[in-house]
Design a protein around this ligand. Structure first.
Ligand SMILES: C[S@@+](CC[C@H](N)C(=O)[O-])C[C@H]1O[C@@H](n2cnc3c(N)ncnc32)[C@H](O)[C@@H]1O
Length: 453
C-alpha cells in the first residue's frame, strides 16, 4: 500500500525502532474479519464457522459472513471487525440503563450495546447523516431490538432536549480513520498531516455538547479507529482538563496496549485507555477510553415522558379493539413496552422513553404493524424481534422456500393450513411473516431487501 510520506514520517517519530517499522509493515498485511452472533435470538446461527472464538467477547468470532444467508437476513449474525468489537465490550452497559450511542451508523456498536442490554432499559442510537441513519435503522431492526429508538439529529439538539438523561454515552467519533487503511486503501488519499488536527477539532465540538446529556457519575466511552494521538490521548487529556472526567481502567487482554501518556500531556492515567495496534493485535486498530463524569451517582430527576411527541398518540378505541383481537388470536407472549400510534402505524416504545419533541426520529421503537380498514397487518420488522414460541401459527420453511421468500416470490404450503398470518421460520430463526391463503404463502418480504442467490 502507498502510505502518505508524512504519515510514515510521523509514526517513525512517534514510535521507536524497531516498532515503527513493524507498525508500518502491518499495513502490507491482509485485513482481519470478524462477526458477532446475536444473543437476542433464541437459536445459535447454524451457517457460520464458530470454531474461532474471540477471547474478549462472548459473542465474537474471527471469520467472514456473507450478507446472503438466512443467518444474516434474520439478524442472527452481524459482521464486525475484531478490534471494533472491543468498544462494545468496554462499554458493556448494564441491563436497565439508559444509553446513548451518539455516532451510531451503520450500527456495529449499537447492536453490540443492545446485546448487553438484552432489550431492557432504553437505547438511543443517533446518526447525523440521514441516509446512514436509515441503514442504522435497518440493522437495529434486523437485530430484533425492542428497546431502541433511532434518531437523526445533531449533538446540540440532543443536549438541549435531554440534559443529564443518560447513564452511559458512547461517542465512536468520526475520525481520520487510519485503522481503515488496510480495508480501504483509498482512505489514504483523504489523509494529510493536518487531517487529524481537523478531526480533533470536530471531536471536541461534538464532545462539548455530548457531555451535557450524561448524568453526573455517568460513563462516557470514547473511541476512534485511528492511531493519531491528536484524536486519541489528546482528546482524553482535554476531557480531563476541561470537564474533570476521571479516566477509568480498561482491561487489557494479550496483544492489547495501554494508552500512551507521552503522546499527550503525560497524565499517567492515560495508560488506563486501550490501544489496539495492527502490528500487535489481530484487528484493524482502535483507541478506546472509559471515563466517568464528575458528580454523584444519584439519579437525576428524569421521568419517562407521558407523551414523547405531539404526533405520537395513544391508541383510539377502534385501534385498541383491533389490536386486542389480533393479539389474542396470534400471540403466545404479550408485547412489552408502551403501545403508541403514529398515523396508522402501531409501535411499541421503551417504557423509559423521554420526551423527544424537537428531535428528528428515524425509528420510533419497534414497528408492530399497520391499522388498515377493519384489520391489523403485522410488519416485517416485528417478525425479526420475535422468538418462534411467541407466535401461535409458525411455518417452518426449507432452504428452497427461503430462497423464494428473499427473492419476493410466493411458494406453496400444505393446503389444509388455515388462512392467516404465519411466522416463517428457517433454521430456527424467524425470517418474516407470510400470509397463507389456499395452500399458497403470500410474500411480504420488503421489496427493498429482496435478492437472488
Ligand atoms: C466511526 S463512524 C461510527 C461507526 C458506528 N459506531 C458503528 O460501529 O457502526 C462515525 C459516524 O458518526 C457520524 N457523525 C459525524 N458527525 C456526527 C455528529 N455530530 N453527530 C452524530 N453522528 C455524527 C458519521 O456520519 C459516522 O456515521
Amino acid at each position: 500500500m502507498q502510505l502518505p510520506a508524512d504519515f510514515i514520517l510521523k509514526y517513525q517519530q512517534l514510535f521507536k525502532e524497531p516498532e515503527a517499522s513493524q507498525f508500518l509493515a502491518s499495513f502490507e498485511t491482509e485485513p482481519l474479519h470478524g462477526f458477532r452472533i446475536n444473543p437476542l435470538k433464541q437459536a445459535t446461527p447454524v451457517q457460520e464457522d464458530l470454531s474461532n472464538p474471540i477471547a474478549y467477547s462472548d459473542w465474537g468470532y474471527y471469520g467472514r459472513v456473507s450478507g446472503k444467508t438466512s443467518d444474516h437476513q434474520s439478524g442472527a449474525v452481524y459482521s464486525q471487525e475484531p478490534s471494533a468489537m472491543y468498544v462494545g465490550e468496554v462499554a458493556s452497559p448494564q441491563p436497565g440503563e439508559k444509553v446513548l450511542d451518539l455516532c451510531a451508523a451503520p450500527g456495529g456498536k449499537t447492536t453490540h450495546l443492545g446485546s448487553f442490554l438484552n432489550n431492557t432499559g432504553f437505547l438511543l442510537a443517533n446518526e447525523i447523516d440521514a441516509s446512514r441513519s436509515q441503514v442504522l435503522t435497518e440493522n437495529v431492526e434486523r437485530f430484533g431490538m425492542t428497546n431502541t429508538i433511532v434518531t437523526n439529529t445533531d449533538t446540540p439538539t440532543l443536549a438541549k432536549h435531554l440534559p443529564e438523561f443518560f447513564d452511559r454515552l458512547l461517542v465512536d467519533a468520526p475520525c481520520s480513520g487510519e485503522g481503515m487503511f488496510r480495508k480501504d486503501p483509498n482512505a489514504t488519499t483523504y489523509w494529510s498531516l493536518d487531517y487529524p488536527k481537523e478531526c480533533a477539532m470536530r471531536q471536541k465540538e461534538i464532545l462539548t455538547d455530548a457531555v451535557k446529556v450524561l448524568r453526573p457519575g455517568g460513563e462516557l466511552i470514547y473511541s476512534t479507529c485511528t492511531f493519531a494521538p491528536e484524536e486519541d490521548e489528546q482528546i482524553v487529556a482535554w476531557l480531563v482538563k476541561e470537564y474533570g472526567f476521571e479516566i477509568l481502567p480498561v482491561k487489557k487482554y494479550p496483544q492489547m496496549s495501554s494508552g500512551k501518556p507521552e503522546w499527550a500531556d503525560g497524565n499517567p492515567d492515560l495508560t488506563n485507555c486501550v490501544r489496539l495496534f495492527p502490528h500487535l493485535f489481530p484487528g484493524e486498530g482502535h483507541f478506546i477510553a472509559k471515563l466517568r463524569k464528575p458528580g454523584s451517582d444519584s439519579q437525576v430527576n428524569q421521568k419517562p415522558a407521558k407523551n414523547i411527541n405531539p404526533a405520537v398518540k395513544e391508541l383510539n378505541k377502534e385501534q385498541a379493539q383491533l389490536w386486542q383481537q389480533f393479539a389474542k388470536t396470534h400471540l403466545n407472549t404479550p408485547v412489552t413496552g408502551k403501545l403508541v400510534v403514529f398515523k396508522d402505524q402501531l409501535y411499541s416504545i421503551p417504557e423509559q422513553t423521554p420526551n423527544l419533541t424537537g428531535i428528528k426520529i428515524s425509528r420510533l421503537g419497534l414497528w408492530l404493524g399497520t391499522f388498515k380498514k377493519n384489520r391489523f397487518e403485522p410488519s416485517y420488522t416485528w417478525a425479526l424481534a420475535l422468538h418462534p414460541t411467541d407466535w401461535q401459527k409458525v411455518l417452518t420453511i426449507t432452504a428452497d422456500e427461503w430462497q423464494k421468500y428473499v427473492a419476493g416470490e410466493t411458494f406453496m404450503c400444505d393446503a389444509s393450513l388455515a388462512k392467516d398470518w404465519y411466522l416463517l421460520v428457517h433454521d430456527q430463526q424467524p425470517i418474516g411473516f407470510g400470509k397463507v391463503v389456499n395452500g399458497t404463502v403470500k410474500n411480504f418480504f420488503p421489496k427493498r431487501f429482496r435478492f437472488n442467490l
